[in-house]
Every structure is written in structure tokens, then in C-alpha cells.
Design a protein around this ligand. Sequence first.
Ligand code: V47
Length: 375
Amino acid sequence: MVENNSIASQVLNSKPVVVRKIAEKVLALQRISFDEAAVLYKEADLGLLGMLADRVNAVKNSGKVYFNQNFHIEPTNICVHNCTFCSYRRALGEEGSWEMSIDDIRQKVGEYKDTRVTEVHITGGVHPNWDINYFGRIIRAIKEILPSIHVKAFSAIEIDYVIEKAGVTLSDGIRQLKLFGLDSIPGGGAEIADPAIRKQICGTKTSWKRWLEIHEAAHNEGLQSNATMLYGHIESYEHRVKHMLDIRELQDRTHGFNSFIPLKFKATNNELGSIGEVASTEDLRNFAVSRVFLDNFDHIKAYWPMLGKEQARLALEFGADDFDGTVDDSTKIYSMAGSEEQRPSMTVSEVEAMIRAVGRQPVERDSLYNSIRVF
Ligand code: V47
């Protein structure tokens, strides 16, 4: 394939042999190994990575960039865990903590009654006094007001806590949440696979093994989900590849993941913050390697409330094909961690213009990537 494409072969011929061989595999749409992904992270230049990721993305998504009309509910920031990267968590009763009652939820959802939102994304802290029935009441209250909205709710960490508390099996717990009206599961709480790094950044949290089991159980019950990876803190490139390898293996078994979302560590107002943040070129390198490595994922999401709009748009040239949603200034996780998007909100026209400006075709999607409107 490379031989038939003179520009690509000229570019490749100027690269070190080891990198060139991997690039040729990627261009031939072959799966790359753990070691090969680590080599790309360490030795491939940004231009080559962009070219490879863009090719893979073009084959998968034909120049389309997806987004949806959504809002978030963060029902509480009170959390039994105390992750060192988190700027948002407060202890029960601590100043700055919040917890939403069912009436608060109803009021918030009521604001979207005459709009075209199709998804509510719910995630927050792991509240010590909440249980699976409270999650059920939240979901039901939402659907009473917006019966056709897609509820993408509760990270594997929140689900783990309420299922443990209920003393039921994973499958039974997931089935119960589904009966309440849960439609899919967001990708949060994944952080990074390596147990030693996890111990340092989120020591008390659900293990990586359990995170994977929860997503697998959800997929087996017919619920789709997303996968995230928190990068740019104390992890190595090998740690990132191992994280993605585990996710790739699970996806081979279930095909239940909709998208992969690299989340850049933001360093403001948290214990880990003194290490600072990685360069924006590192974000792009990471997008590109994940696009190339996760060959069984259709979608890579550039989550703009965390990256900032401009950096998210650049990511569209490095393998990302999804811009998340309009968000409507409804999430605080990243503004509290120092994102430049202090009140993240975009109109459909703004999202459309941002996508068009990089020569891509905007597609409004539902939560399962069915297209609603092609612009
Ligand atoms: O798991 C928290 C991350 C995640 C910081 O599924 C931080 O569509 C960087 O999972 N710096 C929760 N990251 C958010 C999440 C998510 C986001 C967007 C889309 C989807 C989806 C899911 O936020 C946590 C953690 O990895 N996070 N604090 C921080 N200081």
C-alpha cells in the first residue's frame, strides 16, 4: 500500500527503520503491538503521528466529526475517595461541598424541557450516604420530565460503591440500574491501569480489574459505555499503552465501547498539581497514538471542556473524530482543575463552525452515534 503512495513513501523513507516499519503496518491497517505503540510514543515525530492517525481516522470516519446536544448533572462533589489529582472533591460537611436533592435534579432537568438536548451525562463524587435506590430515583426523576432523553450515568466507581452496598452481584446491580432507566455508562474513573501509579494518585479507588469487570458486565447486559485514560501525570508511556491494551482486549470481547477519551491531567487546585501539566504537543501525540493503537474503537473523543476549544479542534487533525457536546456550562470538574474553559458552553452553530474550519463535516449524533443531522 505504501509503495503505491509516493508522498507517504517519501515521508516514511526519511524515518528511522524501526519507526518506518510500524508506520507501514499502520498504513496497511494492521494492528500494532504493545512494543510498537511504545516506540511510536518515544520515537515518532509529531508530523508522522498526525499523518498516521489522520489516515486511520479517515478510513473509519470519512471526514465526519460527531457531536451531540447534551448537559451534565454533577449530583454531588462529596466523595469517600481522595484522589490526589482531583480538584473537585470535598468531604461531607466541608465548605464548598454540594449534594443535590431529587427536587434539585427535577429543577435542573426542567430547564431543558423545550430544548433539543438528547443526552444527560451524570457523574460526581461517591457520596457515603447514597445508594442504588437514590441513583434510581435520580434517573426516574429525569425521565419523568424528559422521557426520551438518553441517561449516560455514573462512572464505574460510583456503580461499584452502590452495588457493593446493595450486596448484589455485578450483573444484578447493573440490571437494576437498567430497569431504573440507565441507558449507558460514561468512561470516568479509569485513570491509569498500573496498580503502583493508581496507588499514588487514587489509592482507595476501585481497582483497574474491577473497572474492567464493571464495563464488561454492563456490555453483557446490553449497555454501551466509554473508556477514558488520565494521562500527563506520573505515568510512563508503557503505562499508557498497557491501559489501552486492556481496553482493546475488552473491546475485542464485547464491542461495547463507543468511544475512547484521553483526559489530560489539569494541575490547578489539587495535591498532585506541583508536577505541572504536559505540553500541548504531548496531547496531540497521545491522541494520535491512541487512534492508531485502538483499532477496534470507532471513535476518539476530544473533550473540549478539558482541553480547551482550540486544542480540541487541533486534536481533530490527530485522530479525534468526536467533539463531545454543547455542555451548556453544566460541569465543574475541569473548571475547578484550571481549564481555560471556565464556563464550558457552545451553541450548535459554534460547534458546527469549529468543525467546518478544519475542513470536516459536522454530524449531530445521538449517544450511540446514530446520526441525527448531517450539516
Ligand atoms: O475519572 C478529574 C478526570 C474523570 C481531573 O464518558 C481529571 O463521555 C484531569 O470521565 N485533571 C471524570 N482529569 C470525567 C469523565 C468524562 C469526561 C468527559 C466525557 C466522558 C464520557 C467522561 O475526570 C475522572 C478523572 O479521570 N479528572 N480530575 C484533573 N484534575
